[in-house]
Design a protein around this ligand. Structure first.
Ligand code: PEP
Ligand code: MG
Length: 571
């Protein structure tokens, strides 16, 4: 329980999607998702409904384009993707066929087309894709609002904290322009589009706040984004405390950005490296802002999501990433599964335990080889700067099989006279307990290992990372996770293999300090976390980090670990 929760106040808790503090009036919107019922039309109405669909699409595209003025590049690319979905030829074909052949109304045809697509995503084992579901539902509902000429948007006063079931990017951007100061959503994960946009607009935000709209009422409130809590109707004492906190926070932000050009060394002089996790091309400008030399995790699933899997498209993307980076880029092979790539695959009972990551890639040879070929050619052009990372490794045989494929591809490229990097680095995500426990054997085949604490937590704690009902059991800081990290670090040391962490734990202050204490020097995180992590790491001696990690390993639960950290920071 957080300190705030232990105080006798009405508190709504959720998962922190963006830190920061907001103090203001709460507005609670308790509306449900639009349900569209099938409506038949007559043949004479077909042309009219086709026109309604096309006009609605144009209006929605205009609305989305208008939002670009308010957004930075990162969020702008989200809107661009939404535009591509709205314009997708498959969407058009399907909607038109439902209107023309099945004589269904335009709003229901759009509704059904999106719902079918969403159903397919639901079956995907990829967390990234599953988090896109809320975004697609929002886009679908907005599309229908526009078709029905139903302007559901509402206004807020400056400084409002909004509590809602969910919010579309369009609504979030327009509310930001009206002065939204904080956001609490019942749905959505920390990487849903609304959460990502809240991050780039720097709006404190909580997601997965169970029953928030039934608990909240229109009153004054304090939103503590970092703690993931919204305090309703706070007493004067709490309010004053938060006003001081807010002032300090603003001062801290100014100071943190100043630290960014300081050398990355602990007080004892040990060097560490803070790299960026990147997903969108438009995030690349953040590398400079936060002085990140390397990309420690480049998620490539976005290429699949936007249908850019052709060899040339991939190579262009990989080249542009390298060109925007000073140092190395760790490109992770596609981490998806389920039926996303092949609609014929039967639905899986347990997609997270199913056909995902390397398991899928080894079966989908063409997809794997196209990606590897693009990466190997990119590596040949930029020697020593491309690293290949394999997701979801659970057994040694997977690495052996992948290495054989890489060697074969390299030999083909060599024969064709194409330049390659003979020493291109190969690494595995350590994100499944079997991989951590067997790291000493896996490492023999690898140049580096990167610990993915997000999935490692999911699989170790047996907690679906996207399930709101059990999110309190999704404990990245649990002693069991520290134990598995320690085993992996020891395996890396024994085999002289480079080791890094690219899961969210690395971008968390407690996590980063503990990881450095365990001997890890490479941490990769969402880029805006870099200043805060850097400040903490340059403020302590190695022996302090070592002692902290030892205490974490001796603890028996997450509550104790959090207490240990609080005490450590104070003393
Ligand atoms: C992880 O699992 O920790 C990780 C970094 O990968 P993703 O969040 O993309 O699954
Ligand atoms: Mg993962």
């Amino acid at each position: 329980m957080s300190k705030v929760e232990s105080v006798d106040h009405k508190v709504i808790s959720g998962i922190s999607a963006n830190s920061g503090i907001a103090i203001g009036n709460i507005v609670c919107i308790n509306s449900n998702r639009r349900k569209v019922l099938p409506k038949s039309i007559s043949e004479t109405e077909v042309d009219n409904h086709l026109k309604i669909f096309k006009d609605g699409r144009t209006a929605l595209l205009d609305e989305l384009s208008g939002m670009l003025d308010y957004l930075d590049e990162q969020s702008g690319s989200i809107i661009d993707t939404q535009k591509q979905i709205v314009l997708d030829s498959e969407v058009e074909k399907r909607v038109e066929s439902l209107i023309k052949e099945e004589l269904l109304s335009s709003d229901f045809a759009v509704y059904k087309t999106f719902c079918d697509f969403i159903e397919r995503l639901k079956e995907s084992g990829s967390e990234l894709f599953r988090q896109r579901i809320v975004d697609l539902e929002n886009l679908r509902d907005r599309f229908i609002d526009v078709i029905c000429d139903d302007d559901k948007s509402f206004s807020i006063k400056k400084g409002t904290i909004l509590v809602t079931k969910e919010l579309s990017p369009t609504e979030l951007v327009s509310l930001h322009a009206e002065g939204l100061s904080g956001l609490v959503m019942e749905k959505g994960g920390i990487t849903s589009h609304a959460a990502l946009i809240a991050q780039s607009l720097e709006i404190p935000c909580i997601v997965s706040a169970k029953s928030a709209t039934s608990k909240a009422f229109n009153t004054k409130g304090v939103l503590d984004g970092r703690e993931g809590v919204l305090i309703l109707d706070p007493e004067k004492e709490i309010l004053d405390k938060y006003k001081i906190k807010l002032k300090k926070l603003k001062k801290t932000q100014r100071r943190l950005l100043k630290n960014i050009n300081e050398p990355s060394r602990t007080k004892s002089g040990t060097e560490f490296f803070l790299s960026a996790n990147i997903e969108f091309e438009s995030e690349l400008n953040q590398l400079k802002k936060y002085n990140a030399t390397n990309i420690g995790l480049l998620r490539t699933e976005g290429l699949l999501f936007s249908n850019k899997t052709e060899f040339d498209e991939q190579l262009r993307f990989y080249d542009s990433v390298i060109l925007a980076t000073e140092g190395s880029v760790t490109f992770r092979l596609f981490d998806v599964g389920g039926d996303k790539l092949n609609a014929k695959i039967p639905e899986e009972a347990n997609p997270f335990l199913g056909w995902r990551g390397i398991r899928m890639l080894l079966d989908e040879k063409e997809l794997l080889e196209t990606q590897l070929k693009a990466l190997l050619i990119c590596a040949g052009k930029y020697k020593g700067r491309v690293k290949i990372l394999v997701p979801m490794i659970s057994v040694e045989e997977e690495i052996i099989a992948l290495k054989a494929i890489i060697e074969e591809l390299q030999s083909k490229l060599r024969n064709e006279g194409i330049k390659i990097d003979e020493k291109v680095a190969l690494g595995a995500m350590i994100e499944v307990p079997s991989a951590a426990l067997n790291a000493k054997n896996l490492a023999k085949h690898l140049d580096f290992m990167s610990i993915g604490t997000n999935d490692l937590t999911q699989y170790t704690m047996a907690v679906d990372r996207g399930n709101e009902k059990i999110c309190s059991l999704y404990q990245q800081q649990h002693p069991a996770i520290w134990e598995l990290i320690k085993i992996t670090v020891e395996a890396a040391a024994k085999t002289n293999t480079e080791i890094a962490v690219c899961g969210e734990l690395a971008g968390n202050v407690l996590g980063a300090c503990g990881l450095v204490g365990l001997g890890i020097r490479n941490l990769s995180m969402i880029s805006n976390a870099i200043p805060r992590i850097k400040e903490e790491l340059i403020s302590h001696n190695d022996s302090e980090f070592d002692e902290l990690a030892e205490s974490f390993l001796a603890a028996s639960n997450t509550t104790q670990i959090k207490e240990i950290f609080e005490d450590w920071r104070v003393h």
